[in-house]
Design a protein around this ligand. Structure first.
Ligand code: ZN
Length: 417
């Protein structure tokens, strides 16, 4: 069977024909080169407006990379014609297997983009003997297409989160859809300032913003202000993940200070290697860690008291009624304010200041998927770690949308995967 026969089966074009095929040995290895030409008497299609027009001239032959066969690179060779279009002037003709100036065929670009969801970009380039640039361009194409074709209707709950992406406190603001029926990354912004999130709402539009029912975010002041202004009708929830991470940070501070003080006083290092014992949830500890934690809890240490306050706070999330949850919150804050643990007191003050938004958690229960922001946060951090070395914001944005955007794909892209 000839390659032409297979190509006619999988990728047939009405206006172009596969003419010859050739196995060419180059320095980089063997390549299969497939020559194409326009069907006799066919007129070229303008790449500007998509209409057929009279031919103008023919350009030099170009190579388009296609999906490799048995590890052999496959190239389409074709000399594009130019159209003398009545609307657009002289233009290069539109080709059904590639878009614009792309040197990858559309089929191959989707093929690489799909693999790039499973492997890192570097690995995809290695496995398919192509360049990192080609993989990036393929993913970029897939993301651009997906963002253009995604459905942005019926979004009722969003979560706003920030992740660090470069050394030196550089942040990205990520906005997710967190409806129970659809969870995905919607938007990425540079920094985490007032104007960052304003940028989201500008893009999102007034109509969609007015339809929001729930917004979930951290207690970060610029976010609070923008959300109150742009989606004031939505129930604004301060989410569990962020509140608990503030408490964990406070414990860390108490512990670090105490370790220092104990060491200065010449005491036994009881707190040595205790960080994870105090930060992990008890049910996630190993048996050995459990025993160590039990030992540690016998000491009347500041770190232990901070830990117990945090664990006590977990009960808060189990309440059904916001009224009783509110009572609990007040008791907890009172107790913490008497604890003489400054970092914990700071959290208590913060919780008191945002009491209504925290209690909104109970009004939103069931309507948004709790824990979803935390899940996305972990995945985003993983993408950023994997993409280590991506200097530019654009590359990072493409990577995040590719893994978290749940973007649509055109039909038939699975064919070669
Ligand atoms: Zn035209």
């Amino acid at each position: 069977m000839q390659l032409k026969t297979i190509l006619n089966r999988v990728l047939r074009h009405s206006a172009f024909v596969y003419v010859t095929e050739q196995l060419v040995q180059t320095q980089a290895g063997a390549t299969l080169q497939v020559q194409l030409r326009a069907r006799a008497n066919s007129r070229p299609r303008c790449s500007g407006c998509g209409r057929l027009g009279p031919g103008y001239d023919t350009l030099a032959q170009r190579r388009f990379e296609f999906v490799p066969l048995w590890g052999i690179a496959v190239f389409f060779l074709y000399a594009p014609r130019r159209v003398n279009c009545v609307r657009c002037g002289v233009r290069v003709e539109a080709l059904p297997w590639a878009v614009g100036k792309h040197r990858l065929t559309t089929a191959y670009a989707w093929f690489l983009a799909r693999w790039a969801k499973r492997l890192s970009w570097k690995e995809v380039a290695e496995v398919f003997h192509t360049s990192w640039d080609n993989v990036f361009r393929a993913v970029e194409m897939a993301v651009d297409w997906g963002r253009e074709h995604r459905d942005l209707s019926a979004i009722s709950a969003i979560g706003v989160d920030e992740v660090q992406w470069q050394r030196g406190h550089r942040y990205l603001t990520l906005v997710y859809q967190i409806d129970t029926h659809c969870k995905r990354l919607l938007w990425v912004g540079k920094e985490r300032k007032l104007k960052t999130l304003l940028g989201f709402f500008r893009w999102f539009g007034q109509e969609r913003s007015a339809a929001l029912k729930f917004v979930c975010s951290d207690m970060w002041k610029p976010y609070l202000r923008v959300i109150a202004k742009k989606a004031g009708q939505a129930v604004h929830v301060l989410d569990r993940f962020h509140i608990m991470s503030h408490l964990s940070k406070a414990i860390d501070e108490v512990r670090a200070a105490e370790v220092k003080a104990l060491r200065a006083g010449g005491y036994e290092p009881v707190l040595k290697d205790s960080r994870w014992l105090l930060l992990k949830r008890p049910e996630n500890l190993s048996e050995k860690q459990e025993i160590r934690l039990a030992e540690l809890l016998q000491y009347n240490l500041k770190s232990v008291r901070a830990y117990l306050l945090k664990e006590d706070f977990q009960f808060f999330w189990g309440y059904r009624s916001w009224y009783w949850a509110g009572q609990f919150l007040e008791r907890w804050c009172k107790r913490t304010m008497r604890s003489r643990l400054e970092p914990m007191k700071k959290v208590a003050r913060m919780l008191r200041a945002h009491r209504p938004l925290i209690l909104n958690w109970f009004r939103a229960k069931g309507a948004i998927s709790s824990g979803i922001v935390e899940g996305f946060n972990n995945k985003a951090k993983l993408s950023i770690r994997k993409a280590y070395g991506f200097r530019s914001f654009h590359t990072m944005e493409i990577a995040l949308f590719h893994t978290l955007g749940a973007l649509p794909e055109p039909e038939g892209t699975h064919r070669f995967c």
